[in-house]
Design a protein around this ligand. Sequence first.
Ligand SMILES: [Cu+2]
Length: 128
Amino acid sequence: MIPRRLALAAPALLLAGPVRAHALVTGSVPAANARLAAAPSEARVRFNSRVDLARSQLLLAPVRDGAGGTADERALDLLPGTPDTELRAALPPLAPGRWRLRWQVLALDGHITRGDIPFAVTGQRAPG
Ligand SMILES: [Cu+2]
């Protein structure tokens, strides 16, 4: 006879299967390389897998020619209550120019992935 505890554990093991992958970006707002007339007020990065929000981060930095440093980079406060497949944060007012979101997440398989999402605020509204 199977002990009750084992019988209850089995469904959880089956559910663990699909989430055992590193987290890859499936979409973001702003989108990578977007050129935006108006500064976005929020950033969202969606992943193909659940991530550990407590060990994941979203950073913002202005992009300047010839400056590859991270001195101006700031960590954004992740908004609570988001699905754990998504990083979401309010953005400070962004001046026209080039910006970079940098994300780093810990997926449930224990692997850390990271990447950049560059975008630009043109400050010019589309004609019409
Ligand atoms: Cu992995």
